[in-house]
Design a protein around this ligand. Structure first.
Ligand SMILES: Cc1ncc(COP(=O)(O)O)c(C=O)c1O
Length: 389
């Protein structure tokens, strides 16, 4: 009997140790981790610099309060805003909270403009979190069912469809667009190269906030600090979490342009947001998210995509993604329900399946070529066995 609420269908395995790209279970068996806690441990498990900073800061000061100055928060704010090209940041504890902050900003923006029924445009297949506002913004009906979600406050359009957004230009209730630069949970969808620029233009023309959820795509995952940096746009709001703390729970909502000065004292808050402990870790993550690591993520990601695509191009398998955010789309009709268990038990490879038939790979950003080759070899074996089953 477990005392835990059954909100997760857990796999029958307990990991107790990790180092770099490898996890070890309670039987002493080692696994190659191509999931990294769902895009969280980008610098690998127990990265020495992060472990050292964590130990050192735990012995100095963990928490005070946002009632006081927090030098590590100032430093983390500066590092993060400089990397993201943004002006100000609010530190939260998770991706959902970062997005909740973004959605509150959008509503305040609407309020300041005299609107009374603000609406935010969101995407089909979007995932933004589990708070009431963010789960409403999320597309998956299973996540929303039974929660009396705030559906009148959002308009949902297909992802990567610029005209569907442009057609809404006359709706004066709209105050913002929120989207993921690459959709993660919803099936690893990569939009066309000019999509972000077109949406940003529409937002600019209509005076809407252009808000990007980089909870999963941020912090080097796609080979740039933030995925939007592959395009030529200037977002008003960016949210992030996951890789930001490499496993320590921290999120951030960053603002610029017309969103820069919306919040004042008392507008928003979080007891644990931006503690000395969490922010020291954020600083250490950013110290170690070097140009070399970002380039490695871009190059090894391309290499993995190409090797898998070349291997299976004649068998209806398609590979898509950017940097270390990779989706291997299995042919229609493939039974993907057992791939995760099979890869884990037979080949000691930790992966994930999203969108029904997309094998999702989110390896470490500093993955070596040797480990990339190992990952590819194990994945090829998993796919071959699945296709032949
Ligand atoms: C794009 C995106 N936004 C928001 C979230 C929610 O983040 P959290 O689980 O930290 O609340 C996730 C989590 O998977 C995500 O992928």
């Amino acid at each position: 009997m477990s005392y835990l609420m059954p909100t997760y269908a857990r796999q029958p395995i307990n990991f107790v140790k990790g180092q770099g790209s490898y996890l070890c279970d309670d039987q002493g068996v080692e696994y190659l981790d191509a999931l990294t806690g769902i895009a969280v441990c980008g610098l690998g498990h127990c990265h020495p610099a992060i472990t050292k900073a964590t130990q050192d800061q735990a012995s100095k000061l963990i928490h005070t309060s946002n009632l006081f100055g927090i030098p590590w928060q100032e430093k983390a704010g500066e590092m993060l805003c400089r990397a993201a090209g943004m002006q100000k940041v609010f530190f939260a504890n998770s991706g959902a909270e970062a997005n909740e902050c973004a959605l509150k900003l959008a509503r305040l923006y609407a309020h300041n403009k005299g609107k009374s029924h603000p609406k935010v445009i969101v995407m089909q297949n979007a995932f933004h979190g589990r708070t009431l506002l963010t789960v409403t913004a999320t597309a998956n009906p299973k996540a929303r069912e039974g929660f009396f979600t705030l559906d009148n406050d959002f308009i949902r359009v297909p992802f990567n469809d610029v005209e569907a957004i442009r057609r809404l230009s006359d709706d004066t209730d709209i105050c913002a667009v929120l989207l993921e630069p690459i959709q993660g949970e919803g099936g690893l969808h990569v939009p066309s190269d000019d999509y972000l620029e077109s949406v940003a233009d529409i937002c600019q023309t209509n005076d809407w906030l252009f808000m990007l959820d980089e909870v999963q795509t941020g912090n080097g995952r796609t080979g740039k600090y933030f995925a939007y940096q592959h395009s030529n746009v200037k977002p008003d709001v960016i949210t992030t979490a996951k890789g930001l703390g490499n496993g320590f729970p921290v999120g951030a909502c960053m603002v610029a342009n017309k969103a820069a000065d919306l919040f004042g004292a008392g507008s928003h808050g979080s007891t644990y947001g931006g503690t000395p402990f969490g922010c020291r870790i954020v600083c250490t993550v950013y110290d170690n998210l070097t140009h070399e690591v970002l380039t490695n993520a871009a190059n090894q990601g391309d290499y993995i995509c190409k090797r898998i695509q070349d291997e299976f191009s004649s068998q209806g398998v398609n590979v898509r993604g950017k940097g270390m955010m990779i989706g291997v789309v299995m042919p229609d009709g493939t039974d993907c329900t057992r791939i995760v268990d099979y890869a884990r038990d037979r080949y000691k490879l930790i992966i994930n399946v999203t969108g029904g038939n997309v094998i999702r790979l989110l390896p470490t950003l500093n993955l070596s070529r040797t480990d990339a080759d190992e990952l590819i070899a194990r994945l090829i074996a998993v796919i071959n066995d699945t296709l032949q089953a």
